[in-house]
Design a binder for this molecule. Structure first.
Ligand SMILES: [Zn+2]
Length: 244
């Protein structure tokens, strides 16, 4: 299935925290939107790989996605080398997205930056026809380069180059995040308290999205760092602040 937008990130839940609002918005337009998680997040202190896979599928339903695949890479130990690039290229060629959303290029968790670079490299290399890959049926895949790659903001704040208004998708975004019951705040969970399981963590997501929204004059926004300067059709595509 050809996708309009493919979001690729290393841990299931990275997407929900960073860009679920954007995905929900595009899925609502009837566009094909999907995700490839690179790992199962099996090193997460709480929960387990299989549990997070189930949580990820539940979140995909909330977001209205067409597909959510998993590349089966090793959490914490995957590297940006030829083998991993080729594996990721098979997914990019399979789904032929116009737009790829990727992990941040630098963040608190070292997996995020490494994945951001791996995704970026694979998107470029995927367009080179002399790199040959096979699909699941052993058929040669067509070269495909996504038109644009955007890196989402994650734990560390970075100045975005573009902000998308997600005000009317914010509630569904939080609903998708809360599908990861094993990861986030739950007073009845007796597993060790982690950085992301504190009760303030999800509030911080709301504060960040609210601050990003404020920058463009709307209630909530999601910010991206663009690999290339994005073009707009005319100044009429701009959002204007609602108040003087
Ligand atoms: Zn992560």
């Amino acid at each position: 299935m050809k996708l309009h937008i493919l979001a690729i990130a290393v841990h299931p839940d990275d997407i929900e925290l960073g860009c679920a609002g954007t995905l929900i918005k595009h899925a609502r337009k009837g566009q094909n939107v999907g995700i490839v998680d690179l790992t199962q997040g099996e090193l997460g202190t709480r929960g387990s790989g299989p549990l997070r896979l189930q949580e990820a599928q539940n979140a995909a339903e909330v977001m209205g996605l067409k597909v959510r695949d998993n590349a089966g890479m090793e959490d914490g130990f995957f590297v940006n080398d030829k083998a991993h690039q080729l594996r990721l290229i098979t997914y990019i060629r399979k789904y032929q997205p116009e737009i790829v959303i990727a992990n941040a290029l630098a963040d608190r968790h070292p997996d995020h930056g490494r994945a951001g670079k791996l995704i970026s490299d694979a998107c470029f290399l995927s367009g080179l026809r002399k790199i040959e890959t096979l699909d699941g049926n052993g058929e040669q895949q067509m070269a495909w380069r996504p038109k644009r790659v955007f890196h989402m903001l994650q734990d560390r704040f970075a100045e975005p180059t573009i902000i998308i208004d997600i005000s009317d998708c914010f509630d569904e975004k939080m609903e998708a995040i809360k599908c990861y019951k094993s990861q986030f705040h739950d007073p009845s969970n007796n597993e060790p308290l982690t950085y992301i399981a504190t009760d303030g963590f999800l509030k911080n997501i709301e504060y960040r999205d609210s601050l990003l929204g404020k920058r463009i004059g709307v209630k909530y926004g999601e910010g991206y760092i663009c690999e290339n300067i994005p073009g707009i059709d005319s100044f009429d595509s701009l959002l204007y602040p609602q108040m003087a």
